[in-house]
Structure formats: C-alpha cells, structure tokens
Design a protein around this ligand. Structure first.
Ligand SMILES: [Zn+2]
Length: 225
C-alpha cells in the first residue's frame, strides 16, 4: 500500500490477466494442450496435470508462529512454488489501515489483491495465503511470482505505528522465510513495495526503519531454531 487512500493494497491489471489465464488452466489438460499459453507458461504448468500437484491441507502454515485465516480465492493464484517459480524476494508493505482492515479486504474477492502475511502492532502474524501460491500484492506479475508479501498494520505517515513488537514479529517471519527458501538476508532481496519496478506505491514509507529491521532479521536468522 502507500497512497493516501484508506484500505489495503490495490493490484494493477496484472491480477486480471492472471485471472483469465487461471480460468483457462482450470479447464484442464486439454486446454493446456491447446497452445493458448506461451511456451514459458506451458513449461511451468506440468504440475497441474492430474496427480502432479502437491498435497494441501486447509489451514496448514508455512510460518509456524502464524495464525491461519484465508484470503479470498480471487486474490491469489494457485501455483507450486518453488518448483514452478523460485522465491527470492520478500516484499514489505504497510496497510494504510488496521490489521482488521487488511484481513477484511483480503477476504473480499472484489479487492483483487492480498499478501501472504499480515503483521499486527503487537507482533501477531496472520497467514492468509500459502507460500507455494502466488499472491497479488506487488502490482507486478514477475515480482508476485518470485516473492512473498508481508503487510504491516498502520499508516506510512505515522512512525508510532511501527512498534517494537511489530518489527520483532515481522523480523522473525522474514528470517524464517529467508531460511526456508535460501534467500539472502540483505536489502537486495528484502525490499519495500516502493522498490518494485513500475510501482506507484510508496510503502512502507520514510518512517520504516530499514537499518533497525534488517538488524532484527539478521539476529532472528542467527537464533532461529
Ligand atoms: Zn504495498
């Protein structure tokens, strides 16, 4: 997020394009074989064939400290990462609203966007989308496919919203993501939404303390068990 309007991140048109493709793929292997898709996408779609998909359990968590509460199905795309897309970025967002607002809009199928995780001011973490799936959060298709998105409760212009507990809970989450996916803990791989190519979003904004955050992520990486 990052505009002055309230409510969580809006996606760009990429999610609608993806939506139409997902519908085509939903038609099954015959449709996949119809050469509707680019070769690159065909190469990534093998796992959609019957019997190839990873098993899923409703409510299963990737970050063990999180609480599961699902985003609307329209706000993410089914995938099989890291087998189809490598995950090598974590994207940091600020909601421009409360934790409750973020959960509410991500559960709204009309919103068109959602992140994998939402962090509350007390450090509590909600997981809304599985990491193997592609969340529509960065407004950039390539970045969505390669990243995991984390929203933070609060407003970009209110530094007091970024509490010590929120930094700490988010840092433990990012350290866990980086460890499980082999992502280097640095600012090239842990970025703000504002740093995504082509974005018009400004979050997490000038009051997000990157030095403090990265120090916490590095510490959490060392002490992670
Ligand atoms: Zn954002």
């Amino acid at each position: 997020m990052g505009s002055e309007s309230s409510g969580a991140d809006q996606s760009d048109g990429s999610s609608r394009r993806v939506g139409r493709r997902a519908v085509l793929l939903g038609g099954g292997a015959a449709v996949i074989g119809a050469a509707v898709l680019a070769r690159d996408e065909l190469a990534r779609a093998w796992w959609r064939l019957p019997g190839m998909e990873k098993k899923r359990v409703e409510g299963e968590l990737d970050h063990r400290a999180a609480e599961w509460t699902s985003a609307a199905r329209a706000n993410w795309r089914r995938a099989d990462r890291p087998d189809d897309y490598r995950i090598d970025r974590v994207v940091i967002h600020v909601v421009q609203g409360s934790y409750a607002t973020a959960l509410k809009v991500f559960k709204n199928p009309g919103h068109g966007a959602a992140t994998h995780y939402v962090v509350r001011k007390d450090g509590h973490v909600a997981q809304m989308i599985r990491e193997l799936d592609v969340a529509f959060h960065a407004g950039n298709r390539d970045m969505n496919e390669r990243s995991i998105g984390i929203e933070h409760e609060g407003f970009v212009h209110r530094p007091q919203d970024f509490t010590a507990a929120m930094y700490a809970g988010s840092a433990r989450l990012t350290a866990d993501i980086c460890a499980r996916h082999g992502i280097p803990v640095d600012r090239e791989h842990i970025i703000g939404h504002v740093e995504v190519e082509g974005t018009d979003h400004t979050d997490p904004g000038p009051h997000w303390d990157w030095d403090r955050y990265m120090k916490l992520v590095r510490e959490a990486s060392r002490t992670r068990v």
